[in-house]
Design a protein around this ligand. Structure first.
Ligand code: NDP
Length: 297
C-alpha cells in the first residue's frame, strides 16, 4: 500500500488505485453519457477506470481521459486504465489486434491493465506487455483451479497481476481472496455495490444488497451510506474495488470511501453476511468445460 493508502503494488511493480470507476452500462443508456460521467469521475478524484471492448464505450471513455489530460487535471501516468479481451478474440493471433483495436478506440498509446477470460491467450498477452501496449496483464472470473493452472504453466513469463471477480458481502470470496493473496495476485471486486440488476445479466431473484439491515445499521452508526460501507469493507480487507455509477451525486459520494474507517467488529459483522449469492451467473457459459463458477472458489 502506498503512503496515502490509495494504491497497492502489483506483483510486476506497477501500482493500482484501490478504488476504481466502473463504466459498464445497459444498452439503453446513450454512449455519450460514458464521456460525461468518466470526465466527472476524474474531476472528483477517481484515478482508476475500468472498461472493456464488450462495453462498447471505449471511444467515449478514452475521449474523457484524453480531455482531462488536455485540460491539465491529470497526466496519463496518473490514470490507471483497464481494458478486457473478449472471448471471441482468445486465439493467440487475435489477441494483439484486439488490444490494438481498443487502443485505437481509446486513442491511447497503452493501457495499464489488460485482462483475459481464459488461460489460452496468456502467451499472446505476455507479448503485448513486452511490446509496451499494456503495463500489466491479468485475468477475470477465474476460480482458484484455473489460476493454479496458469501459475503452473511451464515457461510462464509474467504472473497475472489481478483476478477481477464478483465480490461483495453476499459473496465475499474469502477463500479465493486468501488464495490470491498467497500468490501476490490482487483481487479486484466487481458488482461490489450489488450489481446493476439488469434483467438478462443478473439473477433478479436475489435480495438487494444495499438494503441489507446489517449494512444499513453500520452505515447509520458511521453517518455514511450502505454503498460507502460496502466499498470501505473491500479496501480494508485488501481488495481493489470498482464502483459503477452514471449519477454525479453518487460518483461524488463514492470517492468519500477514504474519509472513514470500519471497526474490526463492523468488518466481522459484514463477513457474517456471506451467503454465496452470485448476481452475475453467466449461465450462457454453464456447459463450457472452463465455466468457472461450478467450483466452490
Ligand atoms: P456496481 O455493483 O458497482 O454498482 C451497481 C449500481 O449501484 C450502479 O448501477 C449504480 O447506479 C448504483 N450505485 C453506485 N453508487 C451508488 C451509491 N453511492 N449509492 C447507491 N447506489 C449506487 O455495478 P457493476 O455490476 O456494473 O460492477 C462495477 C463494474 O465492474 C462495471 O461497471 C464493470 O466496469 C465491471 N464489471 C466486470 C465484470 C467482469 O466480468 N469482469 C462483470 C461485471 C462488471 P447509478 O449508475 O444509477 O448510480
Amino acid at each position: 500500500m502506498d503512503p496515502k493508502g490509495q494504491r497497492v503494488k502489483l506483483n510486476d511493480g506497477h501500482f493500482i488505485p484501490v478504488l476504481g470507476f466502473g463504466t459498464a452500462e445497459s444498452k439503453e443508456v446513450l454512449k455519450s453519457e460514458a464521456l460525461e460521467v468518466t470526465k466527472f469521475a476524474i474531476e472528483v478524484g477517481f484515478r482508476h477506470v475500468d472498461s472493456a471492448h464488450l462495453y462498447q464505450n471505449e471511444e467515449q471513455v478514452g475521449q474523457a481521459i484524453r480531455s482531462k489530460i488536455a485540460d491539465g487535471t491529470v497526466k496519463r501516468e496518473d490514470i490507471f486504465y483497464t481494458s478486457k479481451l473478449w472471448c471471441t478474440f482468445l486465439r493467440p493471433e487475435l489477441v494483439r489486434p484486439a488490444l490494438e483495436k481498443s487502443l485505437k478506440n481509446l486513442q491511447l498509446d497503452y493501457v495499464d491493465l489488460y485482462i483475459i477470460h481464459f488461460p489460452l491467450a496468456m502467451k499472446a498477452l505476455e507479448k503485448c506487455k513486452d511490446a509496451g501496449l499494456t503495463k500489466s496483464i491479468g485475468v477475470s472470473n477465474f476460480n482458484h483451479k484455473q489460476l493454479e493452472k496458469i501459475l503452473n504453466k511451464p515457461g510462464l513469463k509474467y504472473k497475472p497481476v489481478c483476478n477481477q471477480v464478483e465480490c461483495h458481502p453476499y459473496l465475499n470470496q474469502s477463500k479465493l481472496l486468501d488464495f490470491c493473496k498467497s500468490h501476490d495476485i490482487v483481487l479486484v471486486a466487481y458488482g461490489a455495490l450489488g450489481s446493476q440488476r439488469i434483467k438478462g445479466w443478473v439473477n433478479l431473484n436475489h435480495p438487494v444488497l444495499l438494503e441489507d439491515p446489517v449494512l444499513c445499521a453500520i452505515a447509520k452508526k458511521h453517518k455514511q451510506t450502505p454503498a460507502l460501507v460496502v466499498l470501505r469493507y473491500q479496501i480494508q480487507r485488501g481488495v481493489v474495488v470498482l464502483a459503477k455509477s452514471y449519477n454525479k451525486k453518487r460518483i461524488k459520494e463514492n470517492i468519500k470511501v477514504f474519509d472513514f474507517e470500519l471497526s474490526l467488529d463492523d468488518m466481522k459483522a459484514i463477513d457474517g453476511l456471506n451467503r454465496n449469492i452470485r448476481y452475475y451467473e453467466f449461465l450462457i457459459g454453464v456447459s463450457h468445460p472452463e465455466y468457472p463458477f461450478s467450483e466452490e472458489y
